[in-house]
Design a protein around this ligand. Sequence first.
Ligand code: COS
Length: 379
Amino acid sequence: MNFQLTEEQILIQKTAREFADTELAPGVVERDDKKIWPKEGVAKMAALGFMGMMTNSKWNGEGMDTISYTIAMEEISRVEASAGVVMSVNNSLVCYLLEKFASDHIKEKYLKVLASGNQLGAFSLSEPQSGSDASNMKTTAQKKGDHYLISGIKNWVTSGINSDYVILFAVTEKGVGYKGVSCFIVEKGYTGFEMGKPENKLGIRASDTCELYFDSVKVPAENLIGKEGEGFKIALATLDGGRIGIAAQALGIAQASLNASVSYSKERIQFGKPISTHQAIQFKIADMAMEIEAARLLVWQAAWKKDQKQQYGHFSSMAKVFASEVAMRASTQCVQIHGGFGFMRESGIERLMRDAKITQIYEGTSEIQRVVIARSIIK
Ligand code: COS
């Protein structure tokens, strides 16, 4: 067993850390407050190769391992979780899915521009009535010769507004449950495809989330990914990897909470001495540090198992549920340590707590992760 990062992984960590601190940190509180999409940050992440990190260089990706991806995700999300989720969706829900399941024609046409970060992808599974019960969708895709006609509504789509292409799941055969779900790639310009208004969210406010409306949208049959009826398994297999990215995002938020808590507690004087010398604060910091180390090991283990091509689905669920709960606890304690100052918008501290919350919800709630974990154990 070797806990040492490789030279390449250390370089990625350094690059992502410096980039986040110098390029993302300025304006992060304002972007959150005013819901300003991190356009320049995303463009620079693309230039650094962060938008298609695990995709093979044949398809314009960087061909890196999943551990490198989690390291970069942690560093980006430590500073701006909104930029982190844009990166995460493009890497692990869009590029990964296309590389693993799509035809070479689709890879040539879409994956190359997505993995290079020149264009951006979104992943659209949930609907108003189907979140955790994901196969219970109503969006339909009817085959008509050389194309499909797609109709329905999708919601909570991250990057729904700023993306160029959307991975879309729709029912091609009714009455057969998950076996009737198929996967497509859909272009923004297609007639009948409209976006809703940006949602007003608790956290990750600089990222965009919206509903998508499909009114008899004509999608070429060649845009089907995999075979008809394989869509649900494609979605779940993709989410197995996506959840590692969200776990790494949660880890970044937790680490930011610890860093801020340590530096503030050394400066803040109460009862004649820095609050870091009070045991009440020390115990909070000790708990945060301990839990973050444990979360990081779970995240890296899940990533390692994926790279080793071992069964990793329930390990990614463990990493996500644990890291997201650690992020929630650490960010709440961080606000507590900062007291009244931490409760103020301009402090940038309460943002950590608001951003942490979504990591317990998207790409499968903590409850769903526990279902996945329990099923893998009680077989
Ligand atoms: N990868 C590939 N296939 C998988 C899989 C995975 N990780 N997990 C399950 N499957 C397969 C099953 O083996 C089954 O196929 P067979 O009948 O051939 O064996 C099929 O998929 C259906 O599985 P299952 O019966 O377990 O489906 P359920 O409806 O019970 O759903 C959960 C399972 C709840 C785990 C799933 O619906 C889920 O993850 N929901 C959350 C969705 C989500 O994350 N939404 C967020 C949207 S993205 S922001």
